[in-house]
Design a protein around this ligand. Structure first.
Ligand code: IMP
Ligand code: MG
Length: 194
């Protein structure tokens, strides 16, 4: 087969919509089997929203939905902070943190420890993508979608500076091109300049 060199504006599609859908269906089936009495799904704003929305509709047990938001971890702050807390009380209930991607694990480890203090029956983690090669703190992942390598990804909730979240696919993106122009992939994915 002739080798094909992808140009910088031909981003590599890592997961087509059909592969995402199949992964969501698998995770929804696993969680429905595990939580027959229902479960609280906790979306981590904002990247998990498309995944969470598809997941809940594929589940076949009663589901409550709530959200949390945290500041991203930065090496200078050295910690993660809670920006938006739950509205629901999870005491005595089974709760699942729903993430778009677990990267260093710092966000998920922080959220898990926050939720564990609230006397839930159980706390689990479900993530669409798992980038284990970048892990800084160990995180137990109960429902794992797909493993990805150390390349920045966009689409299906995953953003760069707020862009590209509404793509139906997940693509590997060039961070240097994005740093120079955050809209660099707009023509290729949306057919126009933002
Ligand atoms: P962690 O605390 O390093 O595990 O980071 C988790 C958060 O960083 C994720 O929930 C994402 O919002 C964001 N993130 C990590 N990797 C990527 C990526 O490749 N694309 C977009 N967002 C990412
Ligand atoms: Mg996130």
């Amino acid at each position: 087969m002739p080798s094909q060199t992808a140009g910088p504006l031909e981003p590599r599609v890592l997961l087509a919509a059909e592969e995402i859908d199949a992964t969501v269906a698998r995770l929804a089936a696993q969680m429905s089997a595990r939580y027959r009495d229902g479960v609280v799904l906790i979306g981590v704003l904002r990247g998990s929203v498309p995944f969470l929305a598809d997941l809940v509709r594929a589940m076949t047990v009663p589901v409550s939905v709530d959200f949390m938001a945290i500041t991203p971890y930065t090496p200078d702050s050295g910690r993660v902070r809670l920006l938006k807390d739950l509205d629901l009380d999870i005491a005595g209930r089974d709760a699942v943190i729903v993430e778009d991607i677990v990267d260093t694990g710092l966000s998920t480890a922080f959220l898990r420890s926050q939720l564990a203090r609230r006397n839930p029956r159980s706390v689990a983690v479900c993530t669409l993508l798992d980038r284990r090669v970048r892990r800084v703190v160990p995180v137990e992942i109960d429902f794992a979608g797909l493993e990805v390598s150390d390349t920045f990804v966009i689409g299906y909730g995953l953003d760069h500076e707020g862009r590209y979240r509404n793509l139906r696919l997940i693509a590997a993106a060039d961070v240097e091109l994005l740093a120079a122009d955050p809209d660099v992939y707009v023509p290729v994915f949306y057919g126009q300049k933002a």
